[in-house]
Design a protein around this ligand. Structure first.
Ligand code: 13P
Ligand code: SF4
Length: 388
């Protein structure tokens, strides 16, 4: 996370001696102060033409979004990547798990490039394959594995998606979690369970608010405790086994601020992402993916008031694009997703110029076996009935 009460350089890439002079840094990364960065990005993109397809997640900085051929939430971008077989290169302006999914869904001859390899996701890192396999072994020992369907949020590594693929499970995103859970419970019948990875909040919010399960149907599996910290009876009685993972950006939004804003701004609508805590989501008026958030604001009447609980680059862009609506951030502190913010104009230019000279850098390649199994889980999501 990055806060504006920290020095300004923390918001960028950090200072380096070259950046003062506008000289490329060691390794060829252009200096952030280079006044020609926009022209360089335009020239590289023009030189590559149809050979490159640039995808931009809604949390990306404006300076990067300006070069995206398409923008979207993680579901839309996965579909958009799969629908561009003619592009030799997919430049993914987003985070690592999204680029991996694009690699899985594109043809073997297409290369997916992530402009900065440090653009990970702390939530995805909260579920490691060995931990998930240990949990699965414990469920098998308890005689439960046959009645459990694993469902992983897109925000997970390719090997977790592969685990779901080989164990009869699926992937979901914030825009289709309800359909994925309904599908999963159809596989297991009335006594079945879902192991939901790695975001406990998306799992709980969807199960309780969309499927009508009770909060007591949900238990949290803590991978750092023996048997997940759960008794045999708790596991036996649960319908949703939620992995103890969360998003540190969305975890900041609090129910107090919702109350405070409702008291301060007359008629304010609270619009949040389902990665927020259950308390916040329960108090909100509207809940949905980043794409849903954008569409909701676009459709809102002029003069309406909104407090939005999602990443700040997106909230700022919505406020700029809709000056006729009163749009505020649902947090007292300014906070970006620091890994999404890693992709900045210098990294974009560096990746694009290298591609233009026939030297793909930061290529994301999932190994073939993992890819095959992860593809199964992703395809189950893409085939879900009613999923756009
Ligand atoms: P969306 O699928 O809604 O774009 O969310 C992705 C994400 O990382 C949210 O933190
Ligand atoms: Fe991951 Fe949260 Fe950033 Fe989304 S906002 S990429 S879940 S850390």
């Amino acid at each position: 996370m990055t806060t504006t009460d920290l020095p300004l350089l923390v918001l960028g890439r950090g200072a380096d001696p070259g950046s003062e002079r506008g000289v490329d840094c060691p390794g060829g990364l252009p200096a952030a102060s280079d006044p020609g960065l926009v022209a360089r990005a335009e020239a590289a993109k023009a030189a590559l033409g149809e050979r490159v397809f640039v995808l931009g997640h809604h949390y990306q900085r404006d300076e990067v979004i300006a070069f995206a051929d398409v923008t979207g939430d993680s579901f839309k971008l996965a579909r958009d990547a799969a629908a561009r077989p003619e592009a030799e290169y997919i430049v993914f302006c987003g985070v690592h798990f999204m680029a991996e999914s694009a690699d899985i869904l594109t043809a073997p001859n297409q290369k997916v490039v992530l402009p900065d390899l440090a653009a990970g996701c702390s939530m995805a890192d909260m579920a490691r394959l060995t931990q998930v396999e240990d949990a699965w072994d414990a469920l098998s020992d308890a005689g439960l594995a046959d009645s459990v369907v694993p469902v992983t949020y897109m925000n997970s590594s390719a090997d977790i998606k592969a685990f779901c693929g080989r164990n009869g499970g699926a992937v979901c995103t914030s825009s289709n979690a309800q359909a994925a859970l309904e599908w999963a419970f159809e596989q297991t019948g009335t006594s079945g369970k879902v192991l939901f990875l790695p975001d406990q909040h998306l799992g709980r919010n969807t199960a309780v608010l969309k499927l009508g399960l009770s909060i007591d149907d949900c238990v949290v599996w803590n991978p750092h405790l023996p048997n997940g910290g759960l008794s045999a009876a708790e596991l036996r009685d649960a319908r949703m086994i939620l992995w103890k993972g969360h998003c540190s950006v969305h975890g900041r939004f609090s129910a107090d601020v919702v109350d405070e804003l409702r008291a301060r701004i007359r008629g304010v609508n609270i619009l949040v992402h389902p990665e927020c805590t259950h308390e916040v989501v329960t108090k909100a008026d509207y809940v949905g993916s980043t794409e849903y958030i954008i569409k909701t604001i676009e459709a809102a009447p002029s003069g309406s008031a909104w407090a939005i609980g999602t990443e700040l680059n997106l909230v700022q862009r919505l406020a700029d694009a809709h000056p006729d609506k009163d749009i505020v951030f649902l947090d007292r502190t300014v906070c970006y997703c620091s890994t999404m913010n890693r992709i900045d104009l210098p990294h974009f230019v560096w990746a694009m110029e290298n591609l233009a000279t026939g030297n793909p850098v930061n290529v994301i390649e999932v190994d073939p076996e993992t890819e095959k199994q992860a593809q199964v889980a992703l395809q189950r999501m893409l085939d879900l009935p009613g999923v756009r």
